[in-house]
Design a protein around this ligand. Structure first.
Ligand SMILES: Cc1ncc(COP(=O)(O)O)c(C=O)c1O
Length: 411
């Protein structure tokens, strides 16, 4: 079901997997399930006559599959190219890799046979020092992805609402769908600017429990100002500020703000600037009154020994991290100027390690993405209607930019 509400401020859409009709069918199927159980007791229906889907929560049967990005091995087999001949600019990964200390520490990992520290103490201590925040605020996860999911499971009951501001990171809406929450959509304005008045209005009307803010935003790389974030923090709602790409911007993280705002969670990751996407480490800074309960709900061994060892080792070489960060920021500006020379692309200014470009002159963005992939260059295209005319290009090494621009010029 889609419900549209217009106001002078914003158009707000509430989408729900388990909308009225599917809720009804959910209820009916619950009744059917009960009857089924009785039938099983009475007439000994064999398990083999039941479909396995019978056991699933009904709303999950309507869940759209998440479109993941494929790793090198899969791309290599699909396009018949060696992994080293693939230019992978589709997942905002960091092509420089982590500092050399990471491989060294992984090689020397002392106790892979023993479960990891459920409190990731060594890493949290290092992060607390780095960010100048008491470690009690910090919780580490299997990527920021896990923390988004964990937080939602702790905050939302089935039917509770979140505010999502698309186009943005699609995991917020996806995770909400998985737990049968409702997604109130406040679309971004021209130039992907956040519709602050629209969010305020939606909070008033829909009484959501959470708002997801992403700064820099994925997929366009735009940022929110401090004033905009504060305006949302004034609202009676839990604000999740996702700073996965903050290192590539010129502004400091808001991670310490959780000490002043009891409705703020800030999420960070080692996947992007620290180049540890494959090891899955993210962290969040939470209000103290809340973090205790998130701990209780967390899987005890969510962060592997390898992940913690790697993240701690990465933090021992901040010079390397800042050199790589500066190289990517510098390359972003070069990529931007080159993309501006391509007549059928309109790139958007970005504060992250990727650039979104609108595909012009009647060209089909999906065909452009597929054409580049055939030539070994992976960029991101989105099936979603509002982004179907765009491609997103991660910032790579200078030679990656050159290869991409060469191909684009020949297309
Ligand atoms: C905005 C945003 N948040 C979070 C994540 C997930 O980060 P992680 O790899 O730590 O799960 C991503 C990954 O692309 C992202 O774009």
């Amino acid at each position: 079901m889609q419900l549209s509400l217009s106001s002078k401020h914003a158009t707000v859409e509430v989408t729900s997997l388990s909308s009225a009709s599917s809720r009804l069918s959910g209820r009916l199927s619950t009744q059917r399930h009960t009857m089924h159980s009785l039938a099983i007791e009475k007439s000994d229906v064999s398990a083999s006559s039941l479909s396995a889907t019978h056991f699933l929560r009904p709303h999950l049967l309507k869940l759209a599959a998440y479109t993941p990005i494929e790793p090198f091995e899969i791309l290599s087999a699909r396009y018949g190219r060696r992994p080293e001949d693939i230019v992978k600019l589709d997942a905002n990964e960091n092509p420089y890799g982590p500092p050399p200390e990471v491989r060294e520490a992984l090689g020397k990992m002392a106790f892979p046979n023993v479960y990891p520290d459920p409190e990731s103490r060594q890493l949290r201590k290092a992060l607390a020092e780095l960010n100048d925040i008491p470690m009690e605020h910090l919780l580490v996860g299997c990527g920021a992805d896990e923390l988004i999911d964990l937080l939602m499971r702790c905050v939302l009951d089935s039917g509770d609402k979140i505010i999502d501001c698309p186009p943005t990171f699609t995991m917020y809406a996806f995770d909400a769908d998985v737990i049968d929450a409702r997604v109130v959509t406040v679309p971004r304005l021209d130039g992907f600017k956040m519709d602050i008045e629209g969010v305020k209005h939606a909070v008033e009307v829909h009484k959501p429990k959470m708002v997801f803010l992403t700064s820099p935003n994925n997929p366009d790389g735009s940022m929110m100002t401090d004033e905009e974030i504060k305006a949302i923090l004034d609202l009676p709602v839990l604000v999740v500020l996702d700073e996965a790409y903050i290192e590539f911007s010129d502004v400091p993280s808001k991670i310490k703000w959780v000490q002043q705002y009891n409705n703020l969670v800030v999420l960070r990751t080692f996947s992007k600037s620290a180049a540890l996407a494959g090891l899955r480490v993210g962290y969040g800074s939470f209000p103290l009154a809340m973090v205790e309960y998130i701990w209780r709900a967390k899987q005890p061994y969510n962060v592997s020994v390898a992940a913690e060892v790697a993240a701690c080792a990465a933090l021992t070489n901040m010079d390397y991290l800042s050199t790589v960060r500066n190289a990517l920021v510098c390359e972003r500006e070069r990529l931007m100027s080159k993309l501006k020379e391509i007549p059928f692309l309109q790139p958007y200014p970005s504060h992250a390690n990727f650039i979104l470009a609108k595909v012009l002159e009647g060209r089909d963005a999906k065909a452009l993405k597929d054409g580049l992939a055939q030539q070994g260059i992976m960029v991101r295209h989105y099936a979603k209607k509002e982004l179907s005319g765009y491609i997103r290009i991660s910032v790579g090494k200078p030679e990656h930019t050159d290869a991409l621009i060469d191909k684009l010029k020949s297309m």
